[in-house]
Design a protein around this ligand. Structure first.
Ligand code: ATP
Ligand code: MG
Length: 462
């Protein structure tokens, strides 16, 4: 840890050479000295900051504490973007924060945090974390260097070097509206560069999730990746296997729901990270006939990005169901080959694939159920006689399953005529629907020509 701190000190000192007015410094435990960017030297204005975050900052300040906005919100404000949320860092202990606010709850076991509630908005207030040598006894790592427990409060300069990237370690000080920068984050921000604080390999070993965060931020911000930070990932990607699937749940969903899913997917694959998040999908992608799964997945990711750009809602289960579709079909084929009846083979395949995926990234039970519905409903699209079409239309997951059918049709796996029949059927009048149903019983859809591997019969449309 000491060599890591020394490296940071060197970096911070080199940053300090710049022509910046000398300012009073916050108490420094690590020897790090910040560069202070005064209000006139940056573009963050208070009217870009949520009024609730300002209330929290001012209240802490008035109670005599230090209070800063920190992390993603400062980074995004500097880019002129609207932050998703506002995080506050302070020297007040969680209990002191709780005393300062009636609308406050303390959460977290690994590290205690205060949540201050304002209707739907929550302002997260974290007490500075410590890294000094005395914390060795409370900061435990596993054999790969991963931090397991972490319960020590510290000073702002200690808090800085616990953070992941330089651009995520900028502090907006409510006392004088300045930005406090200990790690050259402003330079990297201006250069559009993602750089880990400290030695990249050590920091990835401490927390392998930082590898996927690097990709997420680089794509979302349009920043380049410092080569020293990109290089170790190829060797260390496998460490993601040690991360509890539940911890990966949020980070992986964020990866694909930020509006840049296609680029994120490509970059994750470039660094061999995708294989550790979705091993079954990676297997489909790298199989001999990778044309279909790749196109299918990329189309689904493109649709997700398009929907986000149009401000439409996104169902996370939909994407995961596209990632795993090829694996489900292959598993169903295997089950049938082993003598399982077709209908059971498909349901069983869905369960097998979902439980395999859950070993890598967890998701709530309802997501798994929705995925099963989307897969299961595919075979029902071609059975339209009697009341079947109406019943399918009423299914709660009809819309997602229909979107999935469209994707399959676009990729030549389902009959485009069938897909457009369902498009028309949804908007037809009652009389129109009757007519459509009557005409299919007279002229069934022509049999679709197979493209590649014989698809499982149950998944075909005719
Ligand atoms: P987003 O806009 O996606 O929320 P963010 O930077 O706010 O981006 P969060 O996951 O909300 O990301 O984390 C808040 C801050 O906490 C980060 O900016 C970073 O300083 C710190 N942080 C989060 N995760 C880690 C980590 N794994 N290692 C070190 N620091 C982290
Ligand atoms: Mg955040």
């Amino acid at each position: 840890m000491l060599s890591f701190i020394k490296k940071i000190i060197n970096k911070a000192q080199s940053v300090e050479q710049k022509d910046v007015e000398p300012k009073p410094k916050p108490k420094a435990e690590t020897g790090l000295q910040p560069v202070i960017y005064t209000r006139s030297e940056h573009n963050i204005s208070r009217n870009q900051i949520s009024s609730n975050a300002l209330k929290v900052l001012y209240r802490l300040k008035n109670e005599g504490y230090d209070a800063y906005l920190v992390g993603g919100c400062v980074r995004d404000l500097l880019l002129g973007r609207e932050p998703k949320d506002f995080d506050v860092a302070t020297n007040a202990s969680p209990e002191q924060v709780k005393q300062a606010f009636r609308n406050c709850r303390l959460i977290g076991r690994r590290f205690r945090l205060a949540h201050v509630f304002f209707g739907c908005e929550i302002i997260e207030v974290a007490t500075f974390r410590g890294v000094s040598e005395q914390v060795q006894d409370v900061q435990k790592t596993d054999q790969d260097g991963r931090l397991l427990r972490d319960n020590h409060y510290g000073t702002i300069d200690e808090d800085v070097i616990r953070r992941d990237f330089t651009v995520n370690a900028l502090y907006y000080n409510i006392k004088d509206f300045s930005i406090v920068d200990y790690v050259g984050g402003m330079d990297d921000h201006r250069a559009g560069m993602m750089r880990l604080i400290g030695d990249p390999e050590t920091r990835y070993r401490e927390d392998p999730v930082r590898m996927i965060r690097l990709v997420r931020f680089a794509v979302k911000l349009g920043f380049s990746i410092n080569p020293e930070c990109g290089k170790p990932i190829y060797q260390l990607a496998g460490l993601l296997a040690n991360i509890p699937a539940a911890r990966l749940q949020d980070e992986t969903l964020k990866l694909f729901l930020s509006g840049y899913a296609v680029e994120t997917f490509e970059m994750l694959r470039h660094y061999d990270l995708f294989a550790h998040l979705y091993p079954l999908a990676e297997k489909s992608l790298s199989s001999e006939e990778q044309g279909f799964p790749k196109l299918f997945i990329v189309r689904a990711l493109e649709n997700t990005d398009k929907r986000i750009a149009e401000g439409k809602s996104i169902a996370p289960f939909f994407l995961i169901s596209t990632f795993l579709w090829d694996a489900v079909k292959n598993q169903a084929r295997e089950n049938i080959a082993e003598g399982m009846p077709e209908s059971v083979a498909h349901q069983q395949a869905a369960s097998q694939i979902i439980s395999q995926q859950l070993k890598s990234t967890a998701f709530p039970k309802y997501i798994g159920m929705a995925m099963r519905d989307v897969w299961g409903l595919q075979s029902r699209f071609c059975h339209r006689n009697g009341t079947r079409a109406y019943r399918l239309l009423d299914h709660p997951k009809f819309r997602a399953a229909y979107d999935f059918l469209l994707l399959r049709a676009e990729n030549g796996e389902a009959d485009p005529e069938l897909a457009s029949w369902w498009t028309d059927f949804q908007v037809a009048s009652a009389a129109g629907r009757k007519k459509m149903l009557a005409s299919i019983s007279r002229a069934p859809l022509r049999k679709r020509r197979r493209r590649r591997k014989p698809a499982v019969k149950k998944q075909q449309n005719d």
